[in-house]
Ligand binder design. Sequence first.
Ligand code: ATP
Length: 373
Amino acid sequence: MTNSPMYDLECINIAKSFGSIRAVDDVSFDIPSGSFFSILGPSGCGKTTLMRMIAGFEEPSAGDIKIKGRSVLGTPPNKRNVKMVFQHLALFPMMNVYENIAYGLRCNGVSNTEIKRKVHDVLERIALPDVADREIHQLSGGQKQRIAIARCMVLDPDVLLLDEPLGALDLKLREAMKIELKLLQHQFNTTFIYITHDQSEALVMSDHVAIMNQGQFEQIGKPQELYHHPKTAFVAGFVGDSNRWSGKVKSSDGSGGKVQTEQGLEMAFTAAGGLKIPEGAGVDIFVRPEFIHAVRQTDAESASATGDNRMEGIVDSLLFNGANSRVLVRGPQGELIEADVTLTGDDDIKPGENVYLFWSSRQAMCFASRGAA
Ligand code: ATP
């Protein structure tokens, strides 16, 4: 029986400073074998620096990195069994597909017979068995992506790092490649670590996502956990769309209460996860558009509709996007509120109409403002 380590990668209190800039600030996490793990955060939050430390291009200022249970500190990139796919893919334009994939094997001194077997095997696995003789410029954007992954996977890495590899693709191809990448990860059953600032990529593909902000991880979780149970205001605002209000707690009974927003509105909230916010504390409230129900004030439904939050507004505009259509409503204090709607083209609400917006306090995610006591 093999005694294989549970985690393909462990980062233990790692930090990286560039002069006074703390690019990565005491980050710890571990990734179980065979996972699709994404690091999601805004530009400049430290994603690339973290990735470069895992790959061995930067040494951490503090902490340890273990791959398959062994520390790789001080081990150069080519001696770590980690491969990386870059945004620009870095395929060799002067070599055909076969030679691009064979390159790493040749550098490792693998025999020609074995190279041939491995290259054809990996081309089968990425479902491109017939492109070995093609030149790189003869491939489509999606095919180039797969060849870039094949070139790494043929070397059987413990971990594959992907640095925004879909960034240069057009929208339609990005959508297709998200699914493709997830299927490829399943196919190879190798840990993929994917960095991106695009939440839809991270949520669709990943088993787990780490939300990074200012050099630190705010939360690590399954996509559904991050979306429905964010632990911080940053996560609530960064993952998925939200309407956001700031205010002060007016009354609180421990499990929820009422907030007076800066616009002078009163809103009910239910405190998530035993969160206790004292009266008078500053808070941020987030409500997702799909939980806000917009109805004409003249509709019978509006008279009977209940919900512990009701707000009057005037329709500003409609954003038709098939199943994900949305209405923008101007609230009483001039703020724009987004609510999901079904637009059929037949008796839709129209700009200028008076509406009520309803939502349940259970859907109002409430967080103590940063810096608040
Ligand atoms: P992006 O999504 O824009 O690539 P990122 O999240 O990958 O951003 P990093 O590139 O890791 O962020 O940068 C994190 C911080 O560290 C930034 O403030 C950046 O300016 C700084 N930084 C990164 N590399 C260096 C370096 N070699 N020297 C000095 N500062 C650096």
